[in-house]
Design a protein around this ligand. Sequence first.
Ligand SMILES: [Zn+2]
Length: 196
Amino acid sequence: MSAELQFFLAAKSAGIFRHLDADRVAQINQEVGGNDIALVMCGDCRHSRDKLSHLFKTFPGQQVHVMAFNGGGIIADALAPCNKRGFNFAQFAQEQILQSLNVKGHIAQLFLEAHFPCAVAGQSDMTIMDQVRSLISVKCHLKELIGDRKPVVKIGLLYHWFNDNASIEGARRMYYFCDREMEEFLSQYRDLLVAV
Ligand SMILES: [Zn+2]
């Protein structure tokens, strides 16, 4: 079993990667008084149909403002290895996200996505763990940049998993994860690997 698959399955069985709850998405929108959703995703042609069809099913009543960048949310991380191969896209991506929130005043939730297998992440030897760390870091940075905008923007983190042999349940699916839970899981997982 590859290290990537091992980590994915461990995080999934621990309930860290979990299915996105459409009711919860609708409830958050109602609480913050907005209806639109912004999505930063990798536009990879091999996986975009699967990702978008899943999300449109999950968000049937909302408009989805899509920003498709190569690599998805990880390119908004200035320190990500994928931004150290020449041009650093982080500021561009961050400005695009902020612009979307400014011009689309009803966006109540912003989702940052990364996925496996991703050519941009792979080119820079970024593992799933590196990708999720990058998304957490981008979320934290964006919260500072967004400040006290009204309506409040909730930032959610997504991970799309695609397995070619599709023999594992849920092999093609968009998952949600919580930054705090993932950080805790990552530190435990690292200890587990050191112990092995
Ligand atoms: Zn990709």
